[in-house]
Design a protein. Structure first.
Length: 394
């Protein structure tokens, strides 16, 4: 499946594209008497947070179940209680979007669990949330490639596009995804899933091209011999039955026709929130080359703000995306403590400080500024300007 911004990761024409080398940090720079000189910055950071890798299951279960209960109760008010006025339905819509957005992003945590870690939670998340929301967790298992130093920021990273060197029209195309991707996902589960089981060539194509939650829709998933395709198929069948049930309820008249619009609007709103968060997760300045872990850190962003809107848009620890790329195994409930500790204790010239932004809007503003600056430079035929990291570190 392709989309209007696929050319960013897979150049299809002769249009120029800025080259972005991997961000570098000079360890000998910084304040006089630096403690970082000649040392490994990642090891220094890990030493400060070594006690924060212990997962607390009760936090996961409580957070997940409370938000799931509130979210589905709000959906019940919105979709099933015809006697409720539209002003209260609007409140229910907002509550459902916020809580189910948080619930859906637990998929990120599920992806990072070890093979035998939190198995009951993995199953419960898929049964109680993944299937009802038609977001099976195996759709997101490709996220591990986003952390792989051989894939991050390259065409093999489905969660990355070199947006900073793109055009403003690319941002519009990126946000346009929130309109049609919920419809394509529903169609995938309702129609494509059963047909793919009957046609083996189509089945292979669907798993490679239509079974991943990514922002680069030209991404091709690698299907490996050890992949649990039978377990995937079971989740797909369950999602198909869910989609078929929703369609039957509308077509038969059991539910009013406008419920379909309400469900689509909630799905689009949730995806819009995630798209905004995604734009503030990285600088998107990769030139397509593989990056080291330190390079990933310098291309990633932490948000220090704690205002209500930021906390809603970046739940389950996702404000600390640079920190997460340093330590992907750290549970979400410890990321805030780790962030505060690193800001206080790391040397002034540690690269982590350059990944911390005061607000979500500061990160988004910088991305918009990069796009504007790069396009002006390209139009004028000038050399590639310094990256935002290089300007911040100067």
């Amino acid at each position: 499946m392709s989309d209007p911004i696929s050319h960013l990761a897979f150049p299809q024409s002769s249009s120029p594209r800025l080259h972005r080398p991997e961000p570098r940090f000079t360890r000998s720079s910084g304040s006089p008497g630096s403690h970082l000189r000649g040392a490994n910055p990642l090891k220094i950071a890990r030493a400060e947070v070594a006690d924060l890798f212990t997962l607390r299951p009760w936090i996961y279960w409580t957070d997940f179940l409370v938000n799931l209960t509130i979210g589905f109760a709000a959906c019940g008010v919105l979709l099933k209680m015809s006697s409720v006025g539209w002003e209260w339905k609007a409140v229910a819509w907002l509550v459902a979007v916020i809580t189910l957005y948080r619930v859906s992003l637990f998929m990120h945590e599920v992806c990072h669990f070890g093979k035998n870690e939190m198995r009951s939670f993995k199953i419960a998340w898929n049964v109680l949330a993944g299937i009802p929301l038609m977001l099976p967790s195996f759709f997101y298992e490709t996220h591990r490639e986003h952390h792989n130093t051989h894939h991050y920021g390259t065409e093999d990273d489905g969660e990355y596009l070199p947006l900073a060197s793109g055009r403003f029209s690319d941002l519009l195309a990126f946000f346009a995804q929130v309109i049609y991707l919920p419809l394509l996902t529903f169609f995938r589960h309702l129609v494509v899933t059963p047909v793919s089981f009957l046609l083996p060539p189509l089945r292979k194509w669907v798993l490679e091209h239509w079974s991943s939650f990514v922002i680069n829709l030209s991404y091709e998933r690698a299907i490996r011999p050890h992949d649990p395709v039978r377990w995937w198929a079971a989740m797909e069948v369950a999602c198909h039955l869910r989609a078929a049930t929703l369609a039957y309820m509308i077509i038969s008249g059991i539910d009013p026709w406008y419920n379909a619009l309400l469900i689509w609007s909630m799905a689009s709103a949730i995806l819009l929130m995630n798209h905004v968060r995604t734009l503030a997760a990285h600088r998107y300045q990769s030139g397509g080359n593989a990056m080291t872990l330190e390079g990933q850190l310098l291309d990633s962003i932490d948000i220090s703000a704690r205002d209500p809107l930021t906390l809603i848009l970046c739940p389950v620890g996702l404000r600390y995306h640079a920190l997460h790329h340093m330590f992907p195994g750290m549970p979400y409930h410890n990321l805030g403590t780790a962030h505060r500790r690193l800001v206080e204790r790391l040397p002034a010239d540690h690269p982590y400080h350059h990944s911390v932004y005061p607000s979500l809007w500061a990160a988004l503003g910088e991305l918009v500024g990069e796009i504007k600056r790069n396009r002006e430079q390209m139009v004028m035929g000038l050399a590639t300007p310094a990256t935002s990291y290089e300007r911040r570190a100067a």
